[in-house]
Design a protein around this ligand. Sequence first.
Ligand code: CP3
Length: 347
Amino acid sequence: MTTPEVTVPRFIRACRRQPVDATPVWFMRQAGRYMPEYRALRQNYTLLQLCRTPDLATEVTLQPIQRIELDAAIIFSDLLLPLEPMGIPFDFVKGEGPAIETPLRTEADIDRTRMFEPREALGYVLQAIRQVKAALPAEIPLIGFAGAPFTLASYAIEGGHSNNFALTKTLMYQHPAAWHRLCEKLSTIVGDYLVAQIEAGVDVVQVFDSWVGALNSADYREFVLPHTQRIFAAVAGRVPTIHFGTATGSILRDMRDAGGDVVGADWRIPIDEAWTRIGTDRGIQGNLDPTLLFGPTDRLAAAAEDILARVAGRPGHIFNLGHGILPGTPVEHVQYLAQLVHRHVIA
Ligand code: CP3
């Protein structure tokens, strides 16, 4: 007698570029301020309290799953959490985003940062992962994540968000050896942290290099690629991997070379052209402009259909936005988009 084959979720099948019954869909920032149940919890807890309390992080992770037809959950956490145990404390300031207390500005600042054991310092994220896995249905995989060196370094150096990354890039150009030492630390920590997330139960990992589109191809290859490559090498062969950035049209090929079974693209480039640049021997994730979720719904539907038409049924597409859901987005439009993607008949 043969053992019946356990059904592999369509999200995992797409990561492996296998055919699917419907295009899998999830949304970056699918848990968050656009949901009334999230805002209700935020009345009583800060963002960091939500991240550091496994019961609350579990609850928030599951909120969108209960309301929207999603093919994956993403652990509720934040990209910046590893900075604190490195000796770079920060907070979230209302209306302004993250604020690093003492940004890294000199070689001495960089050399003062510490390595740490993620199983201890970030044990609360791993505990939340275990709790979410116990609660999620088997057909919904859980995504773990961490930041890539450029994006993490940019927060540590700028002290918050930046429009031009002038301090980050100046440090990189003026003190290349110190830059590489910082990125070696970050990539070692992130690789280890992702392995710990996999051990705790995540089914897929996504590496966010949200701001790396600020670099050209030559600088990406010199200053970023070897470090991001080290992260993908650390998790190789364990679970499927996704490599995401925005404004990366001119460096998609370089990002692919750094790693990722699936590479993300934002809305600035047509998805078929992005896939050609990445190479069709990898999967692709994307790439609707999140602003379209405000409506009108006929324009939203046309843009989503255009993405699906350009993909033309080629295995390996995960539908997502080009970046995270924006605060104020109507939940009904997110529900509508997920249904539309699922109902699209794959040619
Ligand atoms: O649903 C999910 O996608 C999981 C949760 C998640 C959060 N942050 C929670 C969060 C994820 C995947 C992140 C990643 C993250 N955090 C990134 C990379 C992804 C991206 O959007 O490019 C970055 C750059 C950060 C750093 C960060 N955290 C910023 C710049 C901000 C402030 C900007 C903003 O949106 O307010 C945050 C805050 C943050 N992280 C919120 C959430 C839900 C807003 C929460 C709140 O104030 O309640």
